[in-house]
Ligand binder design. Structure first.
Ligand code: PSU
Ligand code: MN
Length: 307
């Protein structure tokens, strides 16, 4: 880490010790809190997901930008700020320097969380779903910066695939072009967030977290840049019906088009309307799949630390 990086980075003593000791650490993002879940349920989620990581023997590292500082590890008060989300922006890679230079507060997306994690040498990250190529991107060019980050930054992102509000086929094509491994964890298909399957086959079905750890170790030992996506399906008992969700998602996309919603506002708009239209059932699933990813990411990080 350079001195200039250190100037902008604030890491909790616990996480700093863990980094130096080579202990397993799991990064967690804050956009899922500020722009993906309602308050105050997100507070309970933020604490529980950290407890789950600890329960698996890893150290949780939630990231955010608060008052112009890159934060790795948030205390209860800081988690509250991110969950309340008053004057809390959504920060992707392009926004980072502006937020730091002008002292703003913002939630980190998958792209920014990867970026901050890698500055501290943190290699594993659990979230709900990644951003990707939006439906209609051949016209709008709306492709999440998450995909470029995966191509360039050495962090392994454990997720439930992506919501089918994205074009999952094009998202996989983009990742292939960019050289990003997409690994199924005990699945043959890219999971579609609320649903265990998407119809899109993956080339690799890893039978264990240790296999994922070995693949990551090999990739980084070779000096191959970038990260990987691990697709971890939602537990059966919380999975929602694909066709039902498809209807809801299509309706949300139509509403966004009618209202001219685009750019960084699109994903939060779709998420909140999907939640409203499903009476909170989808929210319960969202919590469970994120917990499930926290378990898997922790186990991968623990296995990696033993290799
Ligand atoms: N997908 C979800 N929930 C989320 C996000 C995506 O199901 O909370 C968030 C993540 O932080 C992701 C970001 O990195 O949205 C992608 O936004 P965009 O499409 O504007 O890059
Ligand atoms: Mn976008």
């Amino acid at each position: 880490m350079t001195t200039n990086m250190q100037k902008n980075l604030s890491i909790t003593p616990e996480i700093l010790d863990a980094i130096h000791a080579g202990k397993p650490i799991v990064a967690l993002e804050s956009t899922i809190l500020s722009h993906g879940m309602p308050y105050p349920q997100n507070v309970e989620f933020a604490h529980k997901v950290e407890e789950i990581v600890r329960g698996e023997g890893a150290i949780p590292a939630t990231t955010a930008i608060i008052g112009g500082k890159l934060k790795i590890g948030l205390n209860a008060e800081e988690l509250e700020i991110m969950c309340k989300a008053e004057n809390v922006g959504k920060v992707s890679r392009r926004d980072v320097a502006t937020y730091l230079a002008t002292g703003m507060t913002g939630a980190t997306t998958v792209a920014t969380t990867m970026m901050i994690a890698s500055m501290a040498g943190i290699r594993f990250f659990a979230t709900g779903g990644i951003g990707g190529v939006h439906r209609g991107a051949e016209k709008t060019m709306d492709i999440s910066a998450d995909l470029q980050e995966l191509a360039n930054t050495p962090v392994c992102v454990v997720c439930a695939g992506a919501k089918s509000l994205l074009d999952l086929g094009l998202t996989l094509e983009y990742l292939e072009t960019m050289g990003v491994p997409v690994l199924g964890l005990r699945t043959d298909e890219l999971p579609a967030f609320y649903c265990r399957t998407s119809g899109f086959k993956l080339d690799y079905n890893c039978e264990s977290e240790e296999t994922v750890a070995k693949i990551m170790k090999t990739k980084w030992e070779l000096g191959l840049k970038g990260g990987a996506v691990v697709g971890n399906p939602i537990p059966e008992e919380y999975a929602l019906d694909y066709d039902e969700m498809e209807k809801v998602i299509t309706k949300a996309i139509d509403m966004a088009n009618e209202q001219g919603i685009h750019g960084k506002a699109l994903t939060p708009f779709l998420l909140s309307h999907i939640k409203d239209m499903t009476d909170g059932v989808s929210f319960a699933s969202n919590l469970q799949l994120a917990y499930n990813n926290a378990v898997a990411a922790s186990r991968i990080a623990v296995a990696y630390s033993k290799l």
